[in-house]
Structures are given as structure tokens and as C-alpha cells.
Design a protein around this ligand. Structure first.
Ligand SMILES: C[S@@+](CC[C@H](N)C(=O)[O-])C[C@H]1O[C@@H](n2cnc3c(N)ncnc32)[C@H](O)[C@@H]1O
Length: 319
């Protein structure tokens, strides 16, 4: 099929094209969606092309994707992608994962979709790829026909939509029988961290983007300082608060139980700061237990093929 035939086969009504991007929606359906989109637009436009394209950063994300979705290596992912003629990267950010899929599956069409302005950056960067299409739109209310696509990859995004179970049902609507959903949500943390996170997200809603970047800078400084102490402590288990016991690095102890103060010397200061911004800037960011995650996805009509959980997240491949 030509690109034009594919475009006509997937969209209910083909949206207007602007700078290489089909504009289905410019804003989400709620105030929270608008805030989330604005927070990510600000994040992606604050980063330089070098930050987004840094090989180390992309490789870290690719390795994490393989681990979270149970692929032994790139070849196994490529074989899975090749089974799907139309793939959607739902909430693609600056598009590097969609471009990775397009490279690994040259005979498939990859639709890169995001609500924020990052989609223009994706189209600028990867618009020359013959098997990619760029859409500005809301993944909770897509412009696609029923059964129009075969694989939806929604990596680190579902929890940012206003009603994640409804978004999962929208994926079920657009995925053809026999198709697949790869998705990921944040995991619920210890109680003090949950309480503080909720409070901080309410607070950051009232701040300007500049002030949230300043807060992220301070959190990164804290993470770096604690980490450089290289102190381990014996933590008594506090199951009533969800705090695990055992010998723990003091920065990790703070991080998992009280406050997101991410620091990783391999990523460096700016990338670590971006991760802290990512956590506190969007006002919608639901967290789930493994059972809640599974119930939500199964409730939308999917069965699991592979399920993965770690301290930060739950993820899986679903049919
Ligand atoms: C944490 S980033 C993840 C980006 C990318 N999936 C990755 O793994 O690098 C979340 C992205 O989801 C997008 N997003 C959030 N809510 C959305 C929605 N309702 N529709 C489309 N995109 C959305 C944001 O604009 C942002 O680019």
C-alpha cells in the first residue's frame, strides 16, 4: 500500500497536514490533559536536540524497553514488530522510539502520535523515513477507525491520561483482532512518598514551568549530594508504610520512600533533572499495584502474554 492508501485506511477523517504532522487534536479533552500537554511541550522544547538524540540516553531507553516488554534482544523485538503492518507509538514524545521501530520493521508503517509540540520535533527529525506518519492527537480519543492498527506501543504514557481504563478501551477499539498492546504504568510507591508526591503535584500546578525546573534542579542537587555520601543504612522494615527493610544506600532510601530526587552520574545533571521534572510537572500521573494494572488491562479486553514488574513500574505485552 502507498502512504496515501494507508492514511485513508486508518483515519476516520483524514486531518489537515501541517509541517509534516496530521493535526487531529491540539489540546486534550480536559484541563488536566491541557496541563499535561503543556508540561511536556515545555519539557521537550527546553531540551536541545543533543539531549534528545544523545546515544547514551537512547540506548538506555532502548535497553529498558527490551527489559520491560520481555524481548531478549533487538532481533526478538524486530521479529515481533514485523508481524504488525501498522504500529502506533502512542505518546511518542520526540519520536526516537517510533524511529527505532520504523528501522527495525521496514515493511511496517509506524504512526508516531503525541499531544504535545514534541510531535513537530519528531517530524523534523524523522520526517524523511518512508514508513513513518506523524499525528498530533489525544491517545484517549484517537482519530483512527475501529480495528485500524495492529500494535499499539504506549510506553510511559497511559498513566498520564485522565481516565487510563477508558484509554485502554480506546486501544482495544482501534487494535484489530489478533493485534497487540505493549504498555507500561508507574508503580505505587511507599506511603510517605505517595502522600508527598500527591501534595507536590498539586503544588506544582500553581507554579510556572521555570519554577518547576528550579524545583527539579534542587531535587537533583539533593539526589547527587545524598548519593555522593556513599552511606548505607540498615532500615527496619515498616510494612504498615510499605517501606522495605534491609541495607540500603541513603539516596535510594530517600528516593523510594519519601521524595523523587533522581540522580544518576551516567546520565549526568541535565538528564537527571529532566527525569525529576518529568515526575512532578504533569498534574496527571496515576500509580498502580500489579493487580490494579492487570485488572485495568484485562477489563479493557486484553489477555497478558508477558508481564513485568519492578520498583518503578509495571509493564507488559497483551493480546
Ligand atoms: C514520559 S513521556 C514518554 C515519551 C515516550 N513514550 C518515551 O517512552 O520516551 C510522555 C509523553 O506522553 C505524551 N502524552 C501525555 N498525555 C497524552 C495524550 N492524552 N495523548 C497523546 N500524548 C500524550 C506527552 O506529551 C509526552 O510526550
Amino acid at each position: 500500500m502507498t502512504t496515501s492508501e494507508i492514511v485513508h485506511s486508518i483515519f476516520r477523517d483524514v486531518p489537515e497536514l501541517s509541517n509534516g504532522v496530521y493535526i487531529a487534536h491540539e489540546f486534550g479533552s480536559s484541563e488536566n490533559d491541557r496541563q499535561t500537554s503543556a508540561a511536556f511541550s515545555d519539557k521537550w522544547t527546553s531540551l536541545t536536540q543533543e539531549d534528545v538524540d544523545s546515544e547514551g540516553w537512547k540506548q538506555f531507553q532502548f535497553d529498558w524497553y527490551l527489559r520491560c516488554y520481555g524481548y531478549a534482544d533487538e532481533a526478538e523485538l524486530a521479529a515481533d514488530l514485523a508481524k504488525h503492518p501498522v504500529i502506533v507509538d502512542a505518546g511518542c514524545g520526540p519520536g526516537y522510539k517510533a524511529a527505532w521501530f520504523a528501522r527495525l520493521a521496514p515493511d511496517s508503517t509506524v504512526i508516531a502520535m503525541d499531544l504535545s509540540e514534541s510531535i513537530f520535533r519528531a517530524a523534523d527529525r524523522y520526517g524523511d523515513r518512508a514508513n513513518m506518519i506523524f499525528v498530533r492527537g489525544d491517545i484517549a480519543n484517537t482519530p483512527f477507525k475501529e480495528d485500524a492498527v495492529s500494535l499499539v506501543s504506549c510506553d510511559q504514557v497511559l498513566h498520564h491520561t485522565i481516565d487510563p481504563p477508558a484509554t485502554a478501551r480506546e486501544f482495544r477499539r482501534i487494535i484489530a483482532p489478533g493485534g497487540q498492546l505493549n504498555t507500561y504504568v508507574y508503580a505505587t510507591k511507599a506511603l510517605p512518598r505517595e502522600l508527598l508526591d500527591e501534595h507536590l503535584r498539586e503544588y506544582t500546578k500553581q507554579l510556572s514551568a521555570k519554577q518547576v525546573w528550579e524545583l527539579s534542579d534542587q531535587l537533583t542537587q539533593l539526589g547527587k549530594t545524598l548519593s555522593e555520601l556513599e552511606i548505607e543504612i540498615d532500615v527496619p522494615a515498616m510494612p504498615a508504610l510499605g517501606i522495605k527493610g534491609g541495607r540500603q544506600d541513603i539516596q535510594r532510601f530517600f528516593y523510594w520512600n519519601f521524595l523523587k530526587c533522581f540522580w544518576n552520574p551516567q546520565h549526568g545533571f541535565e538528564a537527571s533533572k529532566m527525569i525529576n521534572y518529568d515526575w512532578y510537572a504533569p498534574s496527571t500521573a496515576f500509580r498502580y499495584t500489579r493487580e490494579e494494572f492487570l485488572a485495568m488491562i484485562e477489563g479493557a479486553g486484553f489477555n497478558d502474554l508477558f508481564l513485568h514488574s519492578e520498583e518503578a513500574c509495571h509493564s507488559g505485552r497483551f493480546r
